[in-house]
Write a protein that binds this ligand. Structure first.
Ligand code: ADP
Ligand code: ZN
Length: 721
């Protein structure tokens, strides 16, 4: 009988049965087009016994229309999709969608048309057209993408095509990527590094599941070591996936990759242009893409013959996705490696407590790199107690830190000031009436960005120009900035050291690969004396003449009562401190704090990582927190406050009463209004042994809610807002 079961991409229906018409052949994992009502849907042929669905009578089955010309999703990938949906209590089609990456690519290869400036400029041009032309220099993309780039309508650009200003270019979607050469530039490894590399190479050769925690201090050469494993996979013609926490880090990675392997790797991230997405996806599916580097969305791609997965900076919070399918790419990477039967390397100088625990339990093999490469010493760390070493009035840098900056400047060395706050000031208020600028869509203050002269919400993107007067009492020139952001610190440095060249490094200033490269180049060429940056500069960079790191406010991350606050502070400060003294000049780290007695600050000062992790583990054990207990969250939201509250209450009223599960809430979320939606949260704390997912499904499945209510489940949450 030729009945096939499909996982379909429809928000309401997800499992449907169809008939396979005569002469059409499918396998499990085949991508097909099927009729649904008057429309057509995309579906994946799935094993019937793994996909529960309604039994449609034989006579009512409609035929599949078409099998798409791409290889079927492999069994290991189908198992991964099932596992992820099950573990994170997410719809299976939402997970599967992440494997498709580019829907356009499913239609096959061939070519597409893009446009670029032809060099021909007619005499009479409207200012709008002139501005568009200006914005498009050096660009080549689809009309839609160019329109977005130039902030004009597609109509304007079509006009430019007719006028011959833009010319069409045919782009081959299956254009080959240059081949990486395993032996292009083989480094000489230190004995420690060689041991680590040998372990990985052996595992790649074995083609079996093997999870590693590569635990090495900053500057120890973790990248060099896992590059050797990549080289081995290339020799064996197996594909490699390297996950990085942020696209901002890829630029640096690309350069190192290219000098080791002779060519850049294949990039995969959400802001690739459409033709690059199609090309990359097709090269991944065909097995032609050798090494793919991407943010977490690269994880679910249908690699044809995966041989190795690397997760760099594996402790990073950004591997956790907080909307849509709420999964942790670090954890799912290990699961994928298990299904694919390949090694996976989690690399970090400050591993997550969860990872260390798994290594201790023998689940992960721990590989250590205890020393910096080339004899560089770890920097000396000291505490600046802001209660006794008080910055000048209206300033944020203590005298000792200022003296340190001055000294470095005089010696021609570089400094880095770290403050994890974009913009100029996190809060603006009216001196006269006390009015505070708040986002209309979120329960959050608007952050002043002085460089771009606006007030912006960092949650929803809402922004307004900075007003001249208070909108409440209309007093002119009465607004005061409260607290510092990086821009304000940069101003302070400029006032104190007028001759210093200062660079502000945040996602606002470094928002394109070109700008990132330019920054790295400028820093390497010593055209920058002081870098003031957010977490964007805490990792990855290697500037040999950077010898001083100042942490402007180590207490910032400890506010807010987040379960992982201490760990995150430890990681951030240790990572940013790791930028100092990487060359032959010794480094120094100054940590400004009002709580020098806090365990995490004391551990940082003493350089005692083990003591910190031990204390942290102890605290988590007492609290029943991960990795000793489990957390899950249920987030209820609606555009109507009452609707959200009622739905949350209804969920709370049905909370299971089980001995190993504790339910807290519902309570308004700390961010009780986000992007125009009111939010309530319930928190579930359970023993490790509890079947949290089953419990949550049994609890929520029978409930129904009004249309406008969204109920999301977050397993192993990172964000508690
Ligand atoms: P980590 O990732 O552990 O912080 P990196 O891999 O970035 O360390 O290495 C730090 C610096 O030392 C880099 O500039 C790297 O090129 C250099 N390095 C590390 N190992 C070697 C080696 N065996 N030969 C030459 N340079 C090395
Ligand atoms: Zn907002």
């Amino acid at each position: 009988m030729n009945r096939v079961r499909l996982l379909v991409f429809n928000p309401v229906l997800s499992v449907l049965d169809y008939r396979l018409p005569e002469g059409m052949a499918t396998e499990f994992g085949s991508l097909v087009i099927a009729p649904l009502g008057p429309r057509q849907v995309l579906g994946i042929v799935w094993e019937k016994e793994r996909l529960a669905g309604e039994e449609v009578p034989e006579t009512k089955l409609r035929p599949i229309l078409e099998v798409l010309p791409v290889p079927p999703l492999s069994a290991p990938l189908r198992r991964l999709i099932e596992w992820t949906a099950d573990y994170y209590v997410a719809p299976m089609n939402a997970v599967a969608r992440m494997a498709l990456g580019s829907t356009a690519a499913l239609r096959g290869g061939g070519s597409t048309t893009e446009y670029r400036l032809s060099g021909h400029e007619p005499k009479r041009l409207t200012p709008q057209r002139l501005a568009a032309i200006d914005a498009l220099h050096g660009e080549q993309a689809s009309i839609r993408e160019l329109a977005e780039l130039a902030s004009v309508s597609e109509g304007v650009l079509r006009g430019l095509v007719s006028a011959g200003v833009l010319e069409p270019v045919t782009v081959d979607l299956d254009r080959a990527y240059p081949r990486a050469r395993a032996d292009h530039a083989v480094p000489e490894l230190s004995p420690d590094q060689q041991d680590a590399a040998d372990t990985f190479i052996h595992a790649v050769k074995a083609q079996a599941f093997a999870p590693f925690l590569l635990d090495g201090v900053t500057g120890s050469g973790k990248t060099e070591c896992y590059f050797e494993a990549i080289a081995e996979a290339i020799r064996m013609a197996r594909q490699v996936l390297v996950l990085l926490p942020e696209i901002a880090l890829t630029q640096n990675f690309l350069r190192r990759f290219e000098s080791r392997f002779g060519v850049p790797p294949v990039l995969w991230h959400s802001s690739l242009k459409a033709s690059e997405r199609r090309r990359a996806w097709r090269a991944i599916v065909s097995g032609h893409a050798q090494v793919v580097v991407g943010a977490r969305s690269a994880l679910f791609m249908p690699y044809a013959k995966l041989g190795l997965i690397v997760v760099d900076e594996a402790h990073e919070v950004s591997f956790k996705q907080d909307d849509g399918v709420r999964y942790n790419a670090r954890d799912v990477a290990v699961i994928r490696a298990r299904f694919e039967r390949v090694p996976v390397i989690l690399a970090s100088a400050t591993p997550a407590l969860e990872s260390l625990q798994l290594a201790e339990a023998g689940v992960y093999t721990k590989v250590d790199l205890p020393a910096r490469f080339g004899g560089a010493e770890l920097p000396e760390v000291s505490i600046v107690d802001l209660r006794s070493e008080v910055p000048d009035r209206g300033r944020w840098l203590a005298p000792r830190l200022v003296a340190g900056l001055r000294e470095r400047l005089a010696r021609g060395e570089q400094s880095l000031l770290f403050l994890n706050r974009r913009g100029y000031a996190p809060l603006t208020l009216c001196r006269h009436c006390g009015y505070r600028f708040q986002c209309p869509n979120c329960s959050a203050w608007l952050v002043e960005h002085r460089l771009s002269r606006r007030l912006a919400c960092h949650h929803c993107g809402h922004q307004t120009g900075t007003p001249e007067e208070c909108p409440e009492c209309h007093t002119p020139d009465c607004l005061v900035a409260c607290g510092p952001g990086v821009e304000r610190i940069a101003d302070e440095v400029a006032e104190l050291l007028p001759e210093a060249r200062v660079a502000v490094v945040t996602s606002d200033t470094l928002n394109s690969p070109e700008k990132i490269s330019a920054f790295v180049q400028a820093a390497e060429d010593k055209l920058i004396d002081v870098i003031v940056g957010t977490q964007l500069v805490t990792k990855g960079y290697h500037f040999p003449d950077l010898t001083l790191v100042g942490v402007v406010d180590a207490d910032l991350g400890l506010e807010g009562g987040d379960l992982r606050a201490a760990e995150r502070t430890y990681q951030q400060v240790a990572q940013v401190g790791g930028r100092a003294g990487r060359g032959d000049k010794p480094g120094e780290v100054l940590i400004q704090t009002r709580h020098p007695e806090a365990a995490v600050i004391a551990a940082l000062a003493a350089g005692d990582r083990d003591a910190f992790y031990a204390a942290e583990a102890e605290g988590r054990r007492d609290a029943g927190a991960p990795p000793f207990g489990r957390w899950a969250a249920i987030i209820v939201s609606s555009e109507t406050e009452a609707e959200a509250r009622d739905a949350a209450k209804a969920i709370g009223a049905m909370a299971p009463n089980l001995p190993d599960v504790m339910v807290l809430g519902p309570a308004p979320a700390p961010l009780s209004l986000l992007r125009g939606r009111y939010r309530y949260r319930l928190l579930i704390n359970a023993r490790r042994s509890a079947q949290v997912q089953q419990i949550i499904r049994a609890w929520l499945d029978p409930l129904s809610f009004p249309q406008g209510v969204r109920v999301g489940v977050d397993i192993d949450p990172y964000s508690f807002v």
